[in-house]
Design a protein around this ligand. Sequence first.
Ligand code: HEC
Length: 150
Amino acid sequence: MKKPLLTALLFTLCSAPAVAKSAFSDAKDSVTYRQSAFQLIRHNMADIGDMLKGEVQYDAARLNKRATALATLTTLPWEAFTVPGAEQAGGDAKAEIWQNLQDFNSRGEKLAADAMALKTAADSGEQAEIRKAFGTFARNCKACHDNYKN
Ligand code: HEC
């Protein structure tokens, strides 16, 4: 990198506000963020499901990649439910979320923990373990949606 460019870059970084801002420009932005995370969760989960059903050729490396992605992706949506104004920002989130935030968040944490267990099973390469972990993981989705998603 040329020096003037570096200087300009440093200047830009340093002139950013000293107060840490949120990752979201506003509450609407947080809705986009969490919906995007859920979409990625859906894609990665579906591919594993297809492999386990035999609709897609079983590929241990590909399954491991999906499980690794899920272990991170499932930690993402939850913070986007608590930014100021999130309750009124639209999306398919039900008002019940904010009346039962502890229950909602603990369901989120369970999803992430079950994704981690799925990743561990994927690492083991034992198909029976993977199936079991996938079933446990997948049960979280509908259970939460029934209560908290329109
Ligand atoms: C703790 C609760 C919870 C769990 C667990 C959960 N979801 Fe959701 N999901 C929601 C809520 C709430 C919304 C609505 C978000 C919004 O519109 O802002 C949603 C929305 C979605 C959407 C629609 C996103 C969009 O583009 O509008 C998809 C797809 C989705 N979830 C997939 C899944 C899958 C797959 C799982 C399980 C692996 C899962 N969810 C687990 C609460 C949950």
